[in-house]
Design a protein around this ligand. Structure first.
Ligand SMILES: C[S@@+](CC[C@H](N)C(=O)[O-])C[C@H]1O[C@@H](n2cnc3c(N)ncnc32)[C@H](O)[C@@H]1O
Length: 286
């Protein structure tokens, strides 16, 4: 599997899981998206680009603030785009144009946007090309603000991943085998892994032409009322969903037991209390 094939498998999973993602994942990402909005500080009349919009969380936060202009929100996952359109429609937002586009090839004129944003939507495979494309479509001195996960997963996710790998089926379906291969590529490819390293990201932003660039780290407290709720959250991502579905009944039982043990240090009377650490980037070309 090459990087392009892996990207398509990855994105198909976002399409397939779009409704579950919107229900169980996106609400938990709201505070992170709000931080992106705070840093980019949208102004009335500005034209924005949202990269990897998914189900439109960030685009919908920005759109009301840039009226009478709007947001172009791009994603390769058509399923996510249609959920995003519902989200915007339900909120009465009409100034977002959702487009099914690869962020490594943003088919828009150069020097068009006042600002570009992304909430956890920069693809690990080919992010250097994304930065070049974003730089190309931004007006001179346009700003680019985005959030990304660090290379090391937060504690609850580390436990989930480890146990899924340990208890996952030995005879995966063809689809699960493909998704496993794509996940392996993203997690082991040194270039893809570097998206979690602020120094590598700042360097790539510089190469893309962003003269001013800054990285900060922020922590976000997150609470799941139970282990089951955490599993529902994780199971709204394609890879986790397939692993959980194809696990044998015995393996699933052991998985649940071991997960509860692993999460003990994070467990309080209110549930699982984790801390997500995120990297936030602000870049500008002069
Ligand atoms: C973790 S989701 C983030 C979605 C949204 N920004 C949010 O905050 O909920 C990542 C999104 O990036 C999209 N994506 C991944 N690779 C892409 C690419 N090469 N071009 C466009 N979108 C891509 C996926 O389809 C997915 O919707």
């Amino acid at each position: 599997m090459n990087a392009n094939e892996a990207t398509l498998v990855w994105v198909d999973e976002y399409s397939r899981m779009a409704e579950a993602y919107d229900k169980n994942v996106a609400p938990r990402f709201e505070p992170i998206a709000q931080e992106v909005v705070r840093l980019v500080d949208p102004k009335p009349g500005e034209l924005f680009l949202d990269v990897g919009t998914g189900t439109g969380l960030l685009a919908c936060q920005i759109a009301p603030r840039v009226l009478p202009q709007g947001v172009v929100a791009i994603d390769l996952a058509d399923g996510a785009i249609s959920v995003a359109s519902y989200r915007a429609g339900n909120a009465g937002i009409r100034n977002i144009r959702f487009e099914m586009l690869d962020s490594r090839n943003i088919v828009y004129h150069g020097k068009l946007f006042d600002a570009a944003v992304s909430n956890l939507g920069i693809p690990a495979l080919g992010y250097d090309r994304v930065f070049q494309e974003v730089h190309r479509v931004l007006k001179p001195s346009g700003r680019f603000v985005f959030s990304e996960w660090p290379t090391d997963p937060n504690p609850s996710f580390a436990a989930l991943r480890e146990l899924l790998e340990k208890h996952g089926t030995r005879s995966p379906s063809k689809d699960l085998a493909l998704v496993r291969e794509a996940v392996r590529l993203v997690r082991t490819d040194p270039e893809a892994k570097a998206l979690g390293d602020p120094r590598a990201v700042l360097k790539a932003l510089g190469v893309a032409g962003f003269e001013k660039r800054d990285a900060t780290t922020k922590t976000f407290p997150v609470r799941f009322t139970s282990v089951a709720e955490l599993v529902v959250f994780a199971g709204s991502y394609g890879w986790y969903e397939r692993e959980l579905r194809e696990m044998t009944i015995e393996s699933r039982k052991t998985f649940d037991e071991e997960l509860a043990i692993r999460l003990k240090p994070l467990t309080t009377s209110a549930g699982i209390e984790d801390t997500w650490t995120l990297n936030l980037f602000v870049a500008r070309s002069e």
